[in-house]
Design a protein around this ligand. Structure first.
Ligand code: CA
Length: 232
């Protein structure tokens, strides 16, 4: 699962430039052009990082940032504010909006990318690193190779994505619906039972003999990567 970034920017040329460059770096990108629309979307789904313009129609970036910090779900969401001029940046800094970083327009794209990655590394090291490890299982996001106890494990593309999804957030329980969204994508209308089928395949592929099952089935809730397994 790639880190998800929401870009809230009403200048289309700029939001497209950001989308292009972020996607090229392997991020999943969602663009919102209005502050109020972004606020509604953030109630549905919390990304891994927010790039937030200061001047926005609907609701200003500052006000949105303030509201984000008041909600438990988004209290720790990393926010980088984009501002038009350095004097604005100084003013915003003084307003203590709760933003993690400020970038002044026009900015250099490589510098912004570096800041995005630096903040993500701090807030979510598991998500940005190419090597994921849980117990005796290792997954390399660059080569798509998986090994358990030193032996190579071969998985189909869906099982690979499922395992990557679980390993990027060990311990967290995902509903079948969340797994469908995260692994199959929003636009895919797949039956929820499909999730059970692929989790079953993943288990069979990854467990040999008496090896422990890394996936927990949580009745009435969904599935998780067993946190006891992950830290073993
Ligand atoms: Ca603007």
């Amino acid at each position: 699962m790639h880190p998800k970034i929401m870009v809230v920017e009403d200048e289309e040329a700029l939001s497209e430039l950001l989308r292009y460059n972020l996607e090229a770096e392997g991020f999943e990108v969602e663009v919102q052009a209005r502050g109020d629309d972004a606020e509604l979307r953030l109630r549905e789904e919390v990304p891994d990082l927010l790039l937030l313009d200061w001047m926005l129609p609907g609701l200003s970036g500052i006000e949105l940032c303030r509201r984000i910090r008041l909600r438990d779900e988004t209290e720790k969401l990393p926010v980088i504010m984009l501002t038009a001029r350095s004097e604005e940046a100084e003013r915003i800094r003084g307003l203590s909006t709760g933003a993690d970083d400020f970038v002044v327009k026009p900015f250099s794209v490589p510098e912004l990318m570096a800041r995005v990655k630096a903040i993500l590394r701090r807030s979510n090291p598991q998500k940005i690193s190419s090597q994921l490890r849980a117990g005796d299982i290792e997954l390399d996001r660059e080569t798509h190779r998986i090994s358990r106890n030193g032996r190579e494990v071969r998985l189909g593309p869906t099982e690979y994505k499922l395992l990557e999804f679980f390993m990027s957030t060990p311990g967290r329980v995902f509903s079948r619906e969340q797994l469908l969204d995260g692994v199959w994508g929003h636009d895919n209308y797949v039956d929820e039972r499909t999730v059970d089928v692929h989790v079953g395949r993943l288990r069979r592929a990854i467990c040999r003999g008496r090896e422990r099952d890394p996936i927990r089935t949580v009745r009435g809730a969904g599935y998780a990567l067993d946190d006891k397994f992950a830290t073993a």
